[in-house]
Write a protein that binds this ligand. Structure first.
Ligand code: SF4
Ligand code: SF4
Length: 267
């Protein structure tokens, strides 16, 4: 995800979580921060939550300032890419001393120089020792130890929840064709502060039956709010039962539908 030269791995290069690797990224290496330049980094919803919170700015400001939205022709499901600085193509968060948002850096940056073909399929090195001098360092880890040290756990956890939206067959096959729905998807998944206003400042909570416990959580926990956003998108795009509509709203809809034939009769 972080590297433009990404290519599929050979089966013999695949690593599992108990595989031993030698690697350490550190200041002083001749390649230090060179991999934070001219790279394609696609941000997950949880990446954006972490980064905008770290910078203490609202999500819409973060998206405007640091990212661009792409609508891939296949699937047409919006994706968010981190914008490199125009003047030198470096990441907006890199300095000669390293990453200024290190504790909240995106998932792809945590994984680099490794990538994966799915947790079950295995991991592989994207670049060799010539490009990434950290691969020549003596520090030995199991892959699992290294992943833990990179703090990827919550990223994998939130991504599994996101995949329940994007990998649902109907969405994965048909994509999102309607630009208005693309806009809603982008807002809910990536622009969390706008989604929060949508929940608390519109009729959202009058229409949807949100469990008491979750209602309390979304007031203070952004991950809970993001999970609600995923459920709402699944409700709209995939299947209606993941976020129930309140009985009184459903009843008034039923009545309106029953009335419809009568009103046509009167015309
Ligand atoms: S190329 Fe490898 S060792 Fe060098 S800065 Fe990037 S991740 Fe670290
Ligand atoms: S977010 Fe940090 S680690 Fe990732 S490319 Fe930018 S400076 Fe490098």
């Amino acid at each position: 995800m972080k590297s433009p030269e990404k290519a599929g791995p050979r089966p013999e290069d695949l690593l599992q979580r108990d595989s031993k690797i030698r690697f350490l990224c550190r200041p002083g290496l001749s390649c230090f921060t060179t991999c934070c330049r001219d790279v394609n980094i696609f941000l997950t919803p949880y990446d954006i939550l972490r980064m905008k919170s770290r910078l203490d700015i609202p999500s819409d400001e973060f998206l405007d300032k640091y990212t661009k939205t792409l609508i891939p022709p296949e699937g047409k499901i919006p994706v968010i890419q981190l914008k490199m600085r125009e003047e030198d193509m470096r990441c907006p968060f890199v300095t000669d001393g390293g990453c200024t948002i290190y504790e909240d850096r995106p998932w792809a940056c945590r994984m680099y120089p490794l990538d994966w073909v799915g947790v079950e399929g295995g991991y592989f090195f994207l670049v060799g020792e010539d490009r990434c001098k950290g691969r020549g360092e003596p520090n030995e880890w199991t892959l699992l130890e290294w992943l833990k040290a990179q703090g990827v756990g919550p990223y994998e956890e939130m991504d599994l929840k996101f995949q329940m939206v994007t990998r649902y067959p109907r969405l994965a096959e048909a994509g999102i064709q309607d630009p208005r729905v693309q806009h809603m998807f982008r807002m809910a998944c990536y622009d969390l502060d706008t989604f929060r206003r949508f929940v608390f400042e519109t009729r959202f909570l009058e229409v949807f039956e949100v469990e008491k416990e979750m209602l309390e959580q979304i007031k203070t926990e952004e991950t809970a709010l993001l999970e609600l956003a995923f459920r709402w998108i699944r409700f709209g795009l995939v299947c209606g039962d993941v976020l129930p509509i309140r009985e009184e709203v459903a009843e008034s809809k039923r009545k309106a539908m029953e009335k419809e034939p009568d009103s046509r009769k009167d015309e």
